[in-house]
Design a protein around this ligand. Structure first.
Ligand code: URA
Length: 245
């Protein structure tokens, strides 16, 4: 990788700022002063320092966000605040995006990353990565509803969806609370599945995507970096299922 790209990725500044920094002669590669941004560095071999301080290079970033309602799952929006705008200045990067979408009024787990390959794998319909939701429902969810979901529903649009595992947490009169596991990510899927059985989702929160669980220690709007173990598991499961298919 070119030294100027490396320095920008390491957070030293924009490509333009990096150019100016290089001119100061404060950057060294393996203790040798380097002013040419075109010089190549090998990520696993070379040691790059600025002002005597070794730099840590990170290519990919992964954040687990507890998305609040009222924020849109996009990188740019003319009207609403976006999920990437919840990142602190020091964590914000132009290339970070949300993996899939939660509706504006949906809360819960949303992965933010700049790893396009992982995002692609997690969202691919072929990989069947499970998504688990908690929802409050206007309507009485019964074992008959559970069976309908397990059989696979036809949405009002005429589209068929794959079987979903529905668990009743509470059902009192015309109000119910449920957990639902689905294997696809169609537009408004959970809301449309309940619509298909004559019910309405009044509150929706995503609890899990594959092995990645919502961290209940995160308040709405808060986020944290994924652990190495969480990243490895996500990569393993989204990659392996591709090979099996
Ligand atoms: N299903 C929905 O209907 N909305 C979401 O935000 C996620 C899944």
């Amino acid at each position: 990788m070119r030294l100027d790209k490396y320095l920008a990725e390491a957070g030293l500044g924009s490509r333009k700022e990096v150019k100016a920094i290089l001119k100061t002669g404060k950057v060294t590669v393996n203790d040798v002063k380097v002013k040419d941004g075109k010089q190549q560095v090998e990520l696993d071999k070379d040691s790059v320092s600025y002002d005597g301080q070794p730099l840590a290079y990170q290519e990919f970033y992964y954040y687990l966000l507890n998305k609040p309602a009222g924020v849109v799952s996009a990188t740019k929006d003319n009207l609403d605040k976006t999920v990437v705008q919840l990142l602190k200045t020091q964590d914000f990067r132009e290339d970070i995006f949300p993996v899939g979408r939660l509706d504006k009024d949906t809360e819960g787990l949303l992965l933010l990353t700049n790893d396009g390959a992982l995002s692609h794998n997690l969202l691919s319909p072929k990989k069947h990565v499970e998504k688990e939701y908690f929802a409050q429902i206007q309507g009485q969810v019964t074992q008959a509803t559970v069976r309908e979901f397990a059989a696979g529903l036809t949405l009002k649009s005429g589209e068929n969806v794959k079987p979903g595992q529905l668990f009743i947490e509470k059902s009192e009169g015309n109000k119910s609370e449920i957990r639902l596991i689905i294997h696809e990510g169609k537009f408004h899927q959970v809301k449309r599945m309940f619509e298909a059985v004559g019910m309405k989702v009044t509150y929706l929160k995503r609890l899990r995507m594959g092995s990645l669980k919502l961290d209940e220690a995160l308040a709405l709007g808060e986020y944290r970096a994924l652990t190495d173990e969480e990243i490895t598991k996500l990569k393993d499961e989204s990659g392996k299922k591709a090979e099996v298919k």
